[in-house]
Design a protein around this ligand. Structure first.
Ligand code: TXA
Ligand code: MG
Length: 322
């Protein structure tokens, strides 16, 4: 497996329709030439991802997307001006330059300019956008370091571009502009409050009972190997457990009786940005422990708390009636 920070090598491989894992501020992406359907097919195969689940395309500016013939709505331009490069993705109508395998035949395409210097330099050199989902096997925990990618997909990618640990740590916020009112399809690394402030309106969020629009909305997602319980009160929930067999991801508290190496505190200072940055890394680490169960708790519903709670909910075991 090849890992390093050689942009020219990443460029050569991508131009030859190979797969390269790329760093972004949110999570690592598994990238290929978005204009080449064969290259994009390899992404689906490598991740074992269902082909009905479309991919985000990445480039380094709004103008690049316009040069490829995409029509960028004024509200998207406004938000892009404030937040790109950054953790927000827009869904807009696609055009014939975008292969159906990228859009999953939806007629819509997701576009993003990620905020990572190495990847921005790479995107600037390339004369095509990069299709890139998170670089994890479908349904599992997203990678926030090159080591996570190596561990999960190591021998299946041609190169891992090493840009260090991701600063934001949860995937981008996704907003759809396909209808009159913009809609939140996924809570993510940019707080909805910030987006609403710029738009001057409240955003509608898509209800889970609706049909699945963004398969980040698939209920089973981010699955660790140990069962993860999302509870209201960790102390109560672990009362009758064998404390040596339990792992905890807490917001800011430690619990005595539980071995300290089984405990992961998202943020001592209750900082939700720090918590988001630690979340997936802690999920990767706790999953390697010799334990039976993972307990975790809901964080405050504000800022990045929405994205964190969303990921925890999808990672947790649930009783479903269907
Ligand atoms: O932060 C991120 O967004 C990362 C980095 C690598 O950019 N990417 C990422 O990609 O999280 P992925 O594939 O793991 O999640 C993208 C989500 C999926 O839930 C997908 O269904 C949705 O975006 N999506 C992509 N294209 C779409 C489209 N045309 N319409 C609706 N949803 C779309
Ligand atoms: Mg993903």
């Amino acid at each position: 497996m090849l890992i390093g920070n050689n942009i020219q090598l990443a460029y050569n491989l991508l131009t030859n329709n190979k797969l390269v894992a790329i760093p972004t501020e949110t999570v690592y992406g598994l990238a290929a030439n978005a204009f080449n359907a064969d290259a994009v097919l390899k992404i689906y195969q490598t991740k074992n991802r269902p082909q009905f689940n479309p991919l985000i395309i990445h480039s380094n500016s709004v103008e690049r997307f316009e040069n490829w013939g995409l029509i960028i709505p004024p509200e998207v331009k406004l938000l892009a001006k404030h937040f790109w490069p950054g953790p927000i993705t827009f869904i807009i109508p696609a055009n014939n330059n975008i292969p159906e395998i990228v859009t999953a035949g939806t007629g819509a395409v997701a576009i993003r300019v990620p905020n990572h210097q190495l990847t921005l330099q790479l995107l600037e050199k390339l004369d095509f956008p990069l299709a890139a989902p998170s670089a994890n096997p479908s349904g599992f925990i997203s990678p926030t370091s090159p080591q996570h990618v190596a561990y999960q997909l190591g021998n299946k990618v041609d190169y891992i571009l090493d840009g260090g640990v991701c600063n934001v740590g949860v995937e981008s916020t996704i907003i759809s502009f396909l209808e009159n009112e913009p809609k939140i399809l996924r809570y993510g690394g940019l707080a909805v409050e910030e987006i609403e402030l710029i738009l001057g309106t409240k955003l509608i969020s898509v209800n889970e009972n609706d049909k699945i629009i963004a398969p980040g909305m698939l209920l089973k997602h981010y699955a660790p190997n140990h069962p993860l319980y999302l509870v209201n009160n960790i102390e109560d929930a672990i009362k009758n457990e064998n404390k040596n067999r339990v792992g905890v991801i807490s917001f800011y508290k430690m619990y005595h009786d539980i071995p300290s190496e089984h405990q992961f505190v998202l943020s001592n200072t209750k900082d939700l940005n720090e918590a988001a940055k630690n979340l997936f890394s802690f999920m990767h680490q706790i999953d390697k422990l010799n334990i039976d169960k993972i307990f975790t708790e809901k964080l405050p519903s504000i800022g990045l708390g929405y994205a964190i709670n969303d990921r925890l909910k999808r990672a947790s075991i649930r009783e479903t009636s269907n």
